[in-house]
Design a protein around this ligand. Structure first.
Ligand code: BES
Ligand code: MN
Ligand code: ZN
Length: 496
């Protein structure tokens, strides 16, 4: 989506969005158009029983006396609803209204007046919602009908101060690009995005100044990553540990580390998953996608932070050489692990990726993101990820960032019952524990591999993909986590 800003001037052709608060009158632009059309706007509002309630809209086509193809009135609800997140949702509504299905290619937006936010922030947040809301992943549809392929490709915010509006948009533009990068990665099928393909996409961030290093299986073997490599054994695609450094903060400051589960496909391995829905497991790299999207945002907006992003890209397949239930592997940390279920592979991969990151970088804080358990989807559904942490401070920070960014997060327990449950009869740990508290036990399994670094685990199995559509996301892959962690870094570690 091409976002532009213009001084208040009426567009010629295209569509115009007018915004109306609940029970309030048209703004100056609406009034003047109503006059010019001899009352058409108000007649339409009345006929449609439009009062400005949140979610209401009326579309007026080819209003005589104007050069505008479509005028759309959007109900905003109460002025207090127009927070930054509220403005983002509204921007998403603009591009997903009926005009999205028409031939209209451009939309001008008359901004709401009389709100607490300044005009530049309203415009920038609307633009952010519009660009995310307009995102589609249709590159593999070769025969889309015209009405299935949105034509709208330009949104113009009508503002007083162009300089201020463009400055407010800049960081949000980079953030939107990062979310879109993450969505693209999640949506891409596993035959197009195997671990090496993933590494190639990460290497492209070199153009932004991110330092990218990739370890193959030979190097991982030398480091003793038996847990990660056990998962990869059944796959013809070599695993890759991708390390992205963005060290743009104070020289002597320890980095923050973000680690992502990157199962480019999770068949379950020998503990093969049932067929129904298995295709969704191309999205089992949602954590890795968020890490990649986040690193691109930090570099694009030149964030003054030291952050290392680590992606463990692996494919879990059944094969004559695949690992078996009952196998015992040794992780880089020295822990032995009994593989009860080869489908509980995410924790096996993260064990080595997290321990490598903790020991190599000694980060001051570490966050991992992983589509780790089906149980978290049962517990929290699709709008909140599960938060597990050994640090009360990180819990507080991340929950605050969730509120500010609008990406849902809910803290879940991690205690000695769960820690006891991951002990194995034959080895130090077992990777599967039965049905009770499945997400907490998965977190308890990961904990030792954080090597006592302040650590938080985000189980994003419900939020990374297949969430119900909303105005800002009409895509299967959600790009969850990029906004949350960008907010968290901005509020907690970034030099102002
Ligand atoms: N990738 C899955 C978890 C998942 C399920 C993500 C649904 C997204 C949607 C993970 O590797 C897995 O298979 N977990 C098992 C663990 C069990 C065998 C202990 C699960 O949740 O069933
Ligand atoms: Mn699995
Ligand atoms: Zn998995």
């Amino acid at each position: 989506m091409n976002i532009t800003f213009a001084k208040k001037a009426l567009p010629k052709g295209g569509a115009l969005a007018l915004t109306v608060f609940d029970g309030s009158a048209l703004g100056p632009l609406g009034e003047s158009l109503n006059k010019r059309t001899k009352g058409v706007l108000k007649e339409a509002m009345k006929a449609a029983e439009f009062t400005g309630k949140k979610g209401q809209s009326v579309e007026i086509i080819a209003a005589r006396g104007t050069s505008i193809d479509r005028i759309i009135l959007f109900g905003l609800g109460k002025p207090a609803d127009l927070t930054p997140n509220g403005a983002q949702t509204l921007g998403g509504r603009f591009v997903n209204a009926n005009i999205g299905k028409t031939k209209v290619v451009s939309l001008a937006v008359d901004l709401p007046k009389g709100v607490a936010m300044n005009e530049a922030d309203v415009a920038a947040n609307l633009a952010f919602g519009a660009s995310l809301g307009a995102y589609r992943f249709n590159k593999y549809h070769t025969k889309l009908k015209a009405n299935e392929k949105p034509k709208l490709n330009k949104v113009t915010m009508l503002v007083d101060d162009l300089v201020e509006a463009r400055a407010a948009w800049k960081p949000l533009h980079h953030l939107s690009d990062g979310v879109i990068l993450a969505r693209d990665l999640v949506n891409e099928p596993a035959n197009v995005l195997n671990p090496k393909d993933f590494a190639a996409r990460c290497k492209a961030l070199g153009d932004l100044g991110v330092k990218v290093k990739v370890l193959g299986e030979k190097q991982m073997g030398e480091l003793g990553m038996g847990s990660l490599m056990g998962v990869s054994r059944g796959s013809a695609n070599e695993a890759q540990l991708i390390i992205m450094e963005w060290m743009n903060g104070p020289k002597d400051e320890k980095p923050v580390a973000i680690v992502g589960k990157g199962l480019t496909f999770d068949s379950g391995g020998i503990s093969l998953k049932p067929g129904a829905g298995m295709e969704d497991m191309k999205g089992d790299m949602g954590g890795a996608a968020a890490v990649t999207g986040l690193m691109s945002v930090l570099a694009a907006r030149d964030a003054k932070v030291n952050v290392v992003g680590v992606v463990a890209a692996v494919e879990n397949m059944p094969d004559a050489d695949a690992q078996r239930p009952g196998d015992i592997v040794t992780a880089m940390s020295g822990h032995t692990i009994e593989v009860i279920n080869t489908d509980a592979e995410g924790r096996l991969v993260l064990a080595d990726a997290m321990y490598y990151t903790a020991t190599q970088y000694k980060p001051k804080k570490m966050v991992d993101l992983a589509t780790l358990t089906g149980a978290i989807v049962i517990a929290l559904g699709h709008d909140q990820a599960g938060l597990f942490t050994n640090s009360d401070m990180m819990a507080e920070e991340l929950l605050a960032a969730s509120k500010a960014s609008g990406e849902g997060l809910w803290q879940m327990p991690l205690n000695d019952v769960h820690r006891k449950n991951v002990k194995s009869k034959f080895a130090d740990l077992r990777n599967s524990t039965g049905r009770d508290a499945g997400s907490s036990c998965a977190a308890a399994f990961l904990e030792p591999f954080s090597n006592k670094v302040a650590w938080a685990h985000l189980d994003i199995a419900g939020t990374a993909f297949a969430a119900p559509h909303n105005p800002m996301c009409r895509s299967w892959g959600a790009g969850y986590g990029v906004r949350l962690l960008n907010q968290w870094l901005t509020d907690t570690v970034e030099e102002k």
